[in-house]
Design a protein around this ligand. Structure first.
Ligand SMILES: [Zn+2]
Length: 163
């Protein structure tokens, strides 16, 4: 199989065509709200990255809205130049909301440890909705791109998924 994302380099094994694990989403309920958890090879996403990788519909909508940039981030070999400045996407479904995207060369995981691994952060900046943010590294970015249709089906199956 040849990677279709880098046709000029047929030895490249990109993270989307050659995922490093099997990914799936599992719908769950947390504090009476629907969420999804992303599983990796049948298990919760564990150290060193984080304890779990799960989020609700607001963050799912943010991810899906920015999925092209998330894919660009997943496929780049160094994060430093994927988004050299913050990038902003105005959400066309709600013109009072903007999603800000930023990349970083490292992040702090939920154990308060510094992990030297490229990281992208999405922030919803809104005049009329609560702010929300989610961040993840390149493996999770690749998993989200691979799972984007499953994620969209899940989000669309819920009432009020955009709130
Ligand atoms: Zn590829």
């Amino acid at each position: 199989m040849v990677c279709s994302h880098f046709p000029e380099d047929n030895s490249r094994q990109c993270a989307l065509c050659f995922p490093e694990a099997d990914y799936e989403i599992k719908p769950q309920v947390w504090r009476d709200k629907p969420i999804v958890e992303v599983f990796r090879d049948g298990k919760a996403w564990a150290r060193p990255w984080d304890t779990h990788f799960r989020f609700g519909v607001v963050k799912a909508a943010m991810i899906l809205y920015c999925i092209d940039i998330v894919q660009e981030f997943a496929l780049t070999s160094s994060s430093g130049n994927v988004i050299p400045e913050s990038r902003y996407l105005v959400d066309k479904r709600d013109l009072k909301s903007t999603i800000q995207l930023q990349t970083f060369p490292l992040f702090i995981n939920s154990y308060q440890e510094i992990v030297e691994y490229p990281f992208i952060r999405l922030d919803r900046l809104s005049q009329n909705l609560s702010t929300a943010d989610i961040g993840f590294g390149q493996h999770k970015a690749a998993a989200l791109v691979i799972l984007k249709n499953d994620l969209a089906h899940w989000a669309e199956s819920l009432d009020g998924w955009f709130d």
